[in-house]
Write a protein that binds this ligand. Structure first.
Ligand code: HPA
Length: 251
């Protein structure tokens, strides 16, 4: 049984080197996940793959059923999650095409279903979230990138915005003052829900554009797609090393 899952983000709706063995449809108390869980093998390691935005990329970030996705992964026996996510670069070293492994999060999202603690209110559980990402899984990502000599930024605060629109330049300035190094729309509540269910969770971010006001002009979808293609090829290579390594670590 696979104990590790990959949540695929924009540009990673399929994993071509994943040998799919079965598809599992899971219904959860929180509704439907983004699609069936794809059970397969990546480099001889059992893994579960779930494209966050659905197979045809039809679910925008603010409509993803994060609770159902994380619940379904836990239900099938997963203990560790590597989440792939496209982001915009705020800090100077966050150049499009690079990978980044965030170590902190600031949540700017609103009105998303962000907790499992809402039905049985006999006890309210305040989970520790001081370090939102699993240090062990982050080390696996950092080590894998190093061994493959992939250009990757090893830390940074991920600012999670509501979307689907991109930010204004002023919003990005504020996020920079807050300490954000990158901005994306899917990091929360995914990471917090994984923590509530005690899953190890780390994020492999792919920088696909300069955040608003940080690049030479307006953000173009063509430029994003070009960086996505470069970045996701790196992610595929990274995962071939990281997944077998992560299967052996305690997260
Ligand atoms: N902002 C928010 N989310 C994103 C961006 C961005 O600039 N690029 C990719 N996802």
């Amino acid at each position: 049984m696979a104990e590790i899952a990959i949540i695929g983000g924009t540009g990673l709706a399929t994993l071509k080197n994943l040998k799919i063995k079965r598809r599992e449809v899971i219904r959860t108390p929180y509704g439907e996940p983004s699609g069936p869980l794809l059970h397969g093998e990546l480099c001889n390691t059992d893994v579960v793959f779930l494209p966050r935005h659905g197979r045809g990329h039809t679910i925008p970030p603010h409509m993803v059923n994060y609770r159902a996705n994380i619940w379904a992964l836990r239900e099938t026996g997963v203990q560790k999650v590597i989440a792939v996510a496209a982001v915009g670069g705020i800090r100077q070293d966050m150049e499009p095409g690079r990978l980044a492994f965030p170590d902190q999060i600031i949540d700017y999202t609103w009105s998303r279903m962000h907790t499992y603690f809402e039905q049985d209110l006999s006890h309210v559980t305040h989970v520790d979230f001081t370090d939102p990402y699993s240090p062990e899984l982050r080390s696996v990502l950092i080590e894998s990138a190093r061994s493959l000599q992939l250009e990757a930024v090893q830390d940074g605060t991920y600012g999670a915005t509501q979307g689907p629109r991109l930010e204004t330049a002023a919003e990005i300035n504020r996020m920079e003052r807050d300490g954000c190094a990158m901005v994306g729309m899917t990091g929360m509540p995914e990471a917090a829900l994984a923590r509530e269910l005690e899953l190890g969770y780390a994020c492999c971010a792919v920088i696909v554009n300069w955040a608003a006001g940080r690049g030479p002009g307006v953000i173009s979808m063509d430029d994003i797609e070009a960086s996505l293609a470069v970045g996701m090829e790196k992610v595929r290579r990274l995962l071939e090393t990281a997944i077998p390594m992560a299967a052996g670590c305690s997260a």
